[in-house]
Ligand binder design. Structure first.
Ligand code: NAD
Length: 488
């Protein structure tokens, strides 16, 4: 109805420094109420074409600026986002369903830090030089930005993951066309409003909104976009790989996980239990790094399970804008149904659901009755072959199983197609080193979770991705290297 559409937030694409309306729009839902609250451009080839053209035109000037000039602009942008932190956090929570607390303390501060971090790191790279005195040669490497970078990001950590790509791409002197998830586009649009004030020249950052199959594929297939940085599901990555193959594009793929936590009987449970609750249920379990298989050594299995379930029951589910709430809404109705279906499958296979979905009742505030909520759910006695132990669920569901030996648990932890992040809990330093080395996982946290030094590589093995991102890794991905030889 007119009345309803009048109140809606309407986003526009950001191309060549200007907001431009689109000929058609998609509905975007507030996951905590189930209402449409925003309209997102349904961009396609035409819009992507305009954005790529603007990015190409901006490239010569932007790429010839000094790292220090670019660094200053990134720092300014970081300050502007930080200045509006609360507005960004409110928008992220409303758009994504995540709790306001998480958006305030994780998403937006990290988006700010992404710009600051790359503003700093870009000043400190050095290239290589070798000498071959016997033939009178010196060799050195030189690095230059690649061109127009295509950046595609998912819905779970919207501004956090988008800026993790934009910041290194433009710090290195590339210009970009970004395509955020159609389900969570609002904070990217808000960021566009700050670009001019930060001093980002027109055309350096362009954002087209829309679906993966239309806007995303148009970007992936565009011949003038030589590089795609993608974060999202493994299935989409396969499609992007196929579509970009005819152009031999440079790809960075950050994909899904089925992350194990391994708890040995000498673990400090007073640390392990609260952290493993967070690693299982933070952001509704919608983080690629979330734990979803907990292997507990037999001797402490029942104690762990009892304490873990008791604590999981204390996690408060409800209105994401309530600062006392721990678990907000899942991203969509479809996703909620998918996550629930895993719990049903586990039950049908004979596993025991110890708390949460189908076991405890969920009382929601009046305004949130139609939101996509689910209780933190713990499942025990699941077989390793079960889809619940093999597939990425990406919701507040975690499986707890027992193990006996170190060799056995390593084999079982590695027995999935993914290899993103693992946690190991033990007070035996030797064991922690041995196990960490043998796990097929791009990241291994021991006695902690989610503590990141952005200097170091981030990314997954196996079906969890190709390539790494971080200070040096992103610099290498977003620049083209050349080896030059000079003979006297
Ligand atoms: P998704 O793959 O469905 O979508 C990700 C992005 O790709 C969206 O912007 C989408 O519109 C776009 N897209 C979809 N189809 C496309 C196509 N054919 N061509 C081009 N673009 C296309 O993923 P999602 O559901 O938004 O995000 C959840 C997934 O992301 C989970 O699997 C999660 O593990 C993964 N993830 C990984 C990391 C990591 O760093 N490894 C971080 C966060 C999320």
């Amino acid at each position: 109805t007119m009345a309803r559409s009048e109140g809606l937030l309407v986003l526009e694409n950001f191309i060549a420094g200007k907001f431009v309306p689109c000929s058609s729009y998609l509905d975007s839902y507030n996951p905590s109420t189930g209402d449409v609250y925003c309209r997102v451009p349904d961009s396609g080839k035409e819009e992507v074409e305009a954005a790529v053209k603007a990015a190409k035109a901006a490239f010569p000037i932007w790429s010839s600026k000094s790292p220090l000039e670019r660094s200053r602009i990134l720092n300014k942008l970081a300050d502007l986002i930080e200045h509006d932190l609360e507005a960004f956090a409110q928008a992220e929570s409303k758009d994504q369903g995540k709790t306001i607390t998480f958006a305030r303390t994780v998403d937006i501060p990290r988006a700010v830090y992404n710009f600051r971090f790359f503003a700093s790191s870009i000043l400190h790279h050095t290239t290589e030089c070798t000498e071959m005195a016997s033939v009178g040669c010196v060799h050195y490497t030189s690095r230059a930005p690649v061109g127009v970078a295509g950046l595609i990001s998912p819905w779970n950590l919207p501004l956090y993951l988008l800026t993790w790509k934009i910041a290194p791409a433009i710090a290195c002197g590339n210009t970009v066309v970004a395509k955020p998830s159609e389900m969570t586009s609002v904070t990217a649009w808000m960021m566009c409003k700050l670009l001019e004030k930060a001093g980002v020249p027109h055309g350096v950052v362009n954002v087209v909104f829309g679906t993966g199959t239309k806007a995303g594929e148009a970007l992936v297939c565009h011949p003038d976009v030589p590089l795609i940085s993608f974060t999202g599901s493994t299935l989409t990555a396969q499609r992007i790989t196929e579509k970009s193959a005819p152009h031999c594009k440079r790809l960075s793929l950050e994909l899904g996980g089925k992350n194990p936590a391994i708890v040995f009987d000498d673990a400090d449970l007073s640390q392990c239990i609260p952290t493993t609750l967070r690693s299982s249920f933070a952001n509704q379990g919608e983080i690629c790094l979330c734990t979803s298989r907990i292997f507990v050594q037999r001797g402490i299995y029942s104690e762990f399970l009892k304490r873990f379930v008791a604590e999981a029951k204390k996690w408060k589910v409800g209105n994401p804008s309530d600062p006392t709430v721990d678990v907000g809404a899942l991203i969509s109705k479809e996703h909620l149904e998918k996550v629930r279906s895993y719990v049903k499958k586990a039950q049908a296979e004979g596993a025991r659901v110890l708390c949460g979905e189908g076991v405890d009742s969920l009382a929601l505030p009046t305004g949130n009755q139609k939101g996509y909520f689910m209780l933190p759910t713990v499942i025990a006695e699941v077989k390793d072959e079960s889809c619940c132990m093999q597939e990425e669920i990406f919701g507040p569901v975690t499986c707890v199983v027992a193990f006996d030996t170190e060799d056995e648990v390593i084999e079982r932890a590695n027995g999935v197609k993914y290899g993103l992040a693992a946690t190991v809990w033990s007070s035996n330093v030797g064991r922690v080193h041995r196990v960490a080395r043998r796990l097929q996982s791009g990241l291994v946290w021991t006695n902690c979770w989610l503590i990141r030094d952005l200097n170091l590589p981030f990314g997954g093995m196996k079906a969890s991705g190709i390539g790494r991102e971080g200070a040096k890794d992103s610099y290498e991905f977003f620049t083209e290297v050349k080896t030059i030889t000079i003979k006297h």
